[in-house]
Design a protein around this ligand. Structure first.
Ligand code: C5P
Length: 220
């Protein structure tokens, strides 16, 4: 049995991108290494939590010791998240594709002289919003992430209300910050109490701080 403030707590973490197929050999995706979600899962387990880690095709290895559920698409991620419930807290660090190709081709689309394929999109389920607003069985704490390039506090505050989650962890992903795919992060944590600007630190340090804040909330 694990010791630590999160012993006996079950926490769900989503991480990585999703891949939405165009045909058997092509897909659309968001940029996400899975680094922040993986670091966070590790920090939560270090405090004793049991972690279910639902991950899209990430470039970093999944956290050792977590119950890892590998998925590819947003639809699969939603199903895996629902299958993991009930949990005490859920942290949605995945970069889920907002759209999927409405009717992915079962066969490789052939390159044809002069004819360009036209893709039609369909909207993917918003997993964070769905779980935040689920009513009975909702995790006690639901945390979303937000990638922002400008007006971080305004956008994150609006996103928190729109999604219905408890906290939004907003990352500054302006390309010049080197945060996307890098080892550091600069986050602003928006809760019902307002926005807290955390200093730039490694993703591991952000994870330790966030895990401590989650433990604090779940043990109150
Ligand atoms: O709306 P936006 O994608 O900026 O919101 C980001 C947050 O919502 C992240 O926590 C992400 O994991 C979550 N999300 C989700 N399902 C989607 C889109 C975003 O869970 N389809």
């Amino acid at each position: 049995l694990s010791a630590g403030p999160l012993a006996g707590k079950h926490i769900l973490v989503t991480s990585g991108p999703t891949h939405e197929p165009i045909d058997p050999v092509r897909y659309i995706a968001n940029r996400s290494s899975g680094a922040q979600g993986t670091a966070l899962a590790t920090a939560l387990m270090d405090l004793g939590a049991q972690v279910t880690f639902v991950t899209g095709p990430a470039s970093v290895a999944p956290p050792v010791g977590a119950n890892v559920v590998a998925v590819e698409t947003a639809a699969e991620m939603l199903a895996a998240v629902e299958a993991a419930l009930p949990v005490d807290a859920a942290v949605f660090a995945a970069a889920v594709a907002d759209w999927r190709v409405a009717s992915a081709s079962g066969k490789k689309i052939k390159k044809q002289d002069g004819a360009l394929p036209v893709l039609e999109f369909a909207e993917n389920p918003d997993i964070l919003a769905r779980i935040s607003q689920m009513g009975a069985g909702r995790p006690r704490l639901v945390v979303g992430f937000a990638a922002e390039t400008h007006d971080v506090i305004e956008n994150a505050t609006a996103k928190r209300l729109r999604k219905g989650c408890d906290w939004i962890v907003a990352n500054d992903v302006r390309p010049e910050t080197g945060i996307m795919g890098g080892s550091e992060n600069k986050v602003t944590v928006v809760t019902e109490e307002g926005a807290m600007d955390w200093p730039r630190m490694t993703k591991a340090e952000v994870s330790v701080q966030l895990a401590a804040k989650i433990a604090d909330t779940l043990t109150r």
